[in-house]
Design a protein around this ligand. Structure first.
Ligand code: ADP
Ligand code: MG
Ligand code: ZN
Length: 487
């Protein structure tokens, strides 16, 4: 039997508000704030307190909803989702259940097969839980930090329209970009500001029915999500092929061992005993409010990419790559003084520079280069005072030393050698030093031309003008072949 996968994603994103969802506590950076320093009676769940809806959270949520083409509901209801866990001081989470903020949107992703529309089921507001840290040595205990308790979360739920891990990734990546572009969430995975849950089932290929699903909780990166989905598809397939039934359950993902493990039988909604929160009025959203949110909406990524592409006349993929990361975009703008060099600049940033940063484990946000220095390097490349290999070496040294091109070029004596006579001498020396290769070349192994070229460039520490070397080498090798014919 041939099976196909059906995947639906639930994405949680922390909204970039100043304060929490239902109280005036500041939303803090968990890495920088003292545990339990940003808390108050409301988010600690003390009796006698009353929650108040955060207007900024609602506006950011609506912004996302509108950007996803959802229909906002005129009255949405906050409900209590009851369960017991030490990170949930009230004993319930305030969330939207039957009547969410917005419903029925769509989001277009790009897949290997072309564009695909993923339907959005709902977008709703809720509050985050606190954070537990489990200590095992020398004694087992857990630490509770409630700074995150009550931070506004937006949950975006897709229809089960995704078919494979790559599509799930494309969806998640594009959603992260959207959230950032409209400044609804910083969606930083390292900070846990965006988290994924993947629902997966299999069905006989071509069937219209949905199979029984499992839900993988708490996926914190695109990579874990892809790996976990791949694993779970495989596992379910084995169960089905051996004649078993997939059990509906919630599973966890172990990043180290690369397997999913059962956490609990999937709870039914009635296990949570949802009911409307009597402390909160319905959230009323009128058309005047929506109009204002539409007017204030920052440009969506597609629109920004289109404008960027036009302004700098670069290909679409290049524009997408530069705009995929705000730090990269910022850097690009900083080093693009000459619009004619825009494409060249963009290619250098996503090519050699990205490669060097990657090799050093540095992200764009920590890129140490000054944009003016990068612009300087590219200008020298453009005028031909340095060539590609030299530029790449120069870039390495700039990253290593923090010095500017001027200083490094002076210190290393980096000048492109374009002098025909001296290059001819170098090439002849190379040919002379490698008689075996020369003879192989003469016998027809013409691919060695590239190898000779490499030797000459290496002998000149990459400083030879590659165009001139190519031309001279061609001449000399042709002469060699001529010599062979006259033998
Ligand atoms: P819950 O809130 O209990 O997780 P929902 O019905 O809201 O349940 O569904 C959550 C997610 O699961 C949605 O993204 C939906 O597309 C997806 N989903 C529902 N049924 C299936 C299924 N049979 N296979 C894969 N995904 C599914
Ligand atoms: Mg779910
Ligand atoms: Zn509070």
């Amino acid at each position: 039997m041939d099976y196909e996968a059906v995947i639906g994603l639930e994405v949680h994103a922390e909204l970039s508000t100043r304060t929490k969802m239902f109280c005036a506590c500041t939303v803090t950076d968990p890495a920088k704030s003292e545990p339990n320093s940003a808390v108050c009676p409301v988010c600690l769940g003390l009796p006698g307190t009353l929650p108040v809806i955060n207007r900024q959270a609602v506006e950011l949520g609506l912004r996302v909803a509108l950007a996803l083409g959802c229909t906002p509901l005129p009255r949405s209801i906050f409900a209590r989702k009851n369960y017991f866990y030490p990170d949930l001081p009230k004993g319930y989470q305030i969330s939207q259940y039957e009547t969410p903020l917005a419903v029925n949107g769509k989001f277009t992703i790009r897949t290997v097969a072309g564009e695909k529309v993923i339907r959005i089921r709902r977008v709703h507001l809720e509050e985050d839980t606190g954070k537990l840290t489990h200590i095992t040595q020398p004694q087992a205990y857990s630490l509770v930090d409630l700074n995150r308790a009550g931070v506004p979360l937006l949950e975006i739920v897709s229809e089960p329209d995704l078919c494979n891990p790559a599509e799930a990734r494309a969806y998640a990546v594009k959603l992260q970009q959207l959230l950032r572009a409209i400044e609804a969430s910083s969606a930083d995975m390292e900070k846990g500001q965006i988290r994924f849950e993947a629902n997966i089932s299999l069905r006989p290929r071509g069937s219209q029915l949905l199979g029984t699903r499992t839900e993988i909780k708490n996926l914190n990166s695109f990579r874990s999500m892809e790996r976990a989905i791949t694993y779970e598809m495989q596992r379910q397939q084995e169960v089905l092929l051996s004649g078993g039934l997939v059990e509906q359950q919630t599973v966890g993902w172990n990043e180290d061992t690369g397997v999913t493990f059962p956490q609990r039988g999937k709870e039914e909604a009635h296990d949570y005993r949802y009911f409307p929160d009597p402390d909160l009025p319905p959230l009323v959203v009128d058309s005047a409010w929506l109009d204002r949110i539409r007017r204030e909406m920052p440009d969506l990524p597609e629109e920004r990419i289109r404008q960027f592409q036009q302004k700098y006349s670069v290909p679409l993929e290049l524009a997408e790559q530069i705009l995929a990361d705000p730090w990269l975009e910022q850097f690009f703008l900083g080093c693009t003084s000459d619009i004619l060099l825009a494409e060249e600049t963009a290619r250098w940033l996503i090519g050699p520079l990205a490669g060097e940063l990657n090799a050093r484990g540095i992200g764009w946000e920590a890129n140490p280069l000054a944009p003016t220095n990068m612009a300087d390097l590219l200008a020298r490349l453009q005028t031909g005072s340095i060539n590609q290999p030299m530029a790449k070496q120069l870039l390495k040294w700039m990253l290593d030393t923090g010095k500017n091109p001027e200083e490094i070029i002076a210190r290393e004596g980096m000048v492109q050698v374009s002098d025909v006579d001296s290059l001819k001498t170098t090439i002849q020396a190379v040919l002379h030093a490698h008689p075996a290769e020369v003879s192989a070349y003469r016998k027809g192994k013409v691919s060695l031309a590239q190898w000779f070229f490499g030797q000459v460039m290496a002998d000149t520490r990459g400083q030879a003008d590659p165009k001139i070397v190519k031309m001279l080498l061609d001449e000399l090798l042709t002469a060699l072949m001529g010599g062979q014919l006259s033998d």
